[in-house]
Design a protein around this ligand. Structure first.
Ligand SMILES: Cc1cc2nc3c(=O)[nH]c(=O)nc-3n(C[C@H](O)[C@H](O)[C@H](O)COP(=O)(O)O)c2cc1C
Length: 146
């Protein structure tokens, strides 16, 4: 068992089809499930979404993150998950949130759109720490509910 505190940052491509209402309903469902499960698993973090991609930060005990990420990776609502950062941390950045959220029209998500577009969604060109900082800066100072 490895219970040291870690953070994981990944990006993925949205596979949810349909209009804005369907999309919103699916994301609300993801957040509701995440908030219940993550609390039980001692995981905190944040999810960001733009029209095409998700970026998520998970913080918590190493083994719990691995377990949760394995489930997330199998979810057909997204694909091409790519881990950008997985490293030990001294403390949590999102300690108050089982899963914070920033959607489509937020400033952070717009900047995230820009970054992913410019990279051509090439993981080698994406800087995980940059995406992490973006989520952190904007989420910590914003109103966080969907
Ligand atoms: C982009 C994305 C992010 C997700 N994040 C989480 C998460 O942080 N925690 C979680 O438990 N499930 C998350 N899920 C949902 C899981 O893939 C899965 O549906 C869920 O854990 C199943 O929970 P259940 O067995 O309690 O129904 C996410 C799904 C997607 C598509």
């Amino acid at each position: 068992m490895n219970n040291a505190l870690y953070k994981l940052v990944y990006i993925s491509r949205n596979q949810i089809q349909g209009n804005a209402i369907t999309l919103r309903a699916e994301i609300e469902q993801i957040l509701a499930t995440s908030r219940v499960n993550n609390l039980k698993s001692d995981i905190t973090g944040a999810l960001m979404f733009n029209a095409g991609c998700f970026a998520q930060v998970l913080e918590g005990p190493h083994d719990k993150i691995q377990e949760t990420f394995e489930t997330i990776q199998c979810d057909t609502r997204h694909a091409h998950t790519c881990i950008l950062v997985f490293e030990p941390i001294a403390e949590r950045s999102f300690s108050k949130w089982a899963m914070a959220y920033h959607g489509n029209d937020s400033n952070a998500a717009l900047q995230f759109s820009d970054i992913t577009l410019k990279s051509g969604f090439d993981a080698n060109q994406l800087n995980g720490e940059h995406i992490y900082d973006l989520i952190k800066e904007h989420l910590l100072s914003a109103n966080l509910s969907i």
